[in-house]
Write a protein that binds this ligand. Structure first.
Ligand code: DC
Length: 210
């Protein structure tokens, strides 16, 4: 069983995917963390995230130990991830790992849940279930703003909103594997849902579709 969950930044897909994976006993891969790790490798080497050679080299030699690092969660890493993610050779270098995870989930789990931008369209077009989880840009900026405040990072709401708009435009506007709802994906808009409501709605989709 392969479940693809795509959608824009801060729509709640990570929390939702992790919870579904726990509930169903499936393996979970946050594919955004792969692009974040590539971006952080480039930044650590004082490279520019839009430098094709530097980003491709980082993607080809990706250090999987970086995936759990808190360095990946900063606003800077997210913005840089969106830049490395626009480079086709970076995406190509990460495709095999994601497909292998989906078809052979670790720990012999009975299924895999992958979240990202292009899982239902490019990485796993034959996924058994596809969800597109979104929310208004204002709702997402509000959530990201609160998250930054809770982590003690200085943040200005108007700036967070602008960054979110720029990131959406870059992720949806790139030519290679742009963020897009797959034709057969079910839309869940979490703008006015609690995390519990989003979980119930997603589980309904997964179980009903079966
Ligand atoms: O989901 P996230 O915020 O951790 O993702 C960081 C960036 O990585 C995002 O702006 C776009 C990119 N990304 C992608 O292009 N394809 C994916 N499957 C996942 C993330």
């Amino acid at each position: 069983m392969i479940i693809a969950i795509d959608g824009p930044a801060a729509a709640g897909k990570g929390t939702l995917a992790r919870r579904l994976a726990d509930h169903l006993g499936y393996a979970y891969l946050d594919t955004g963390s792969l692009y974040r790790a590539v971006a952080v490798m480039v930044l650590h080497r004082n490279g520019a995230p839009d430098n094709v050679e530097a980003a491709t080299e980082a993607a080809r030699t990706l250090d999987l130990d970086l995936l759990g690092s808190p360095d990946l969660r900063t606003g800077e890493a997210g913005a840089a991830a969106s830049k490395v993610a626009a480079i086709p050779s970076v995406r190509a270098a990460l495709t095999g790992f994601q497909r292998q995870f989906a078809t052979h989930p670790p720990g012999n789990a009975g299924g895999a849940i992958l979240d990202g931008r292009d899982i239902g369209t490019v990485i796993c077009p034959d996924a058994d279930r596809k969800l597109f989880v979104t929310a208004s840009v204002e709702a997402r900026a509000e959530r990201r703003f609160k998250e930054l405040q809770e982590r003690g990072e200085a943040a200005i709401y108007a700036r967070v909103l602008q960054d979110m708009r720029e990131r959406d435009a870059r992720d949806a506007g790139r030519s290679d594997a742009p963020m897009k709802q797959a034709d057969n994906a079910i839309l869940i808009d979490t703008s006015s849902m609690t995390p519990d409501e989003a979980f119930t709605a997603a589980l309904d989709v997964i179980e009903d579709a079966g």
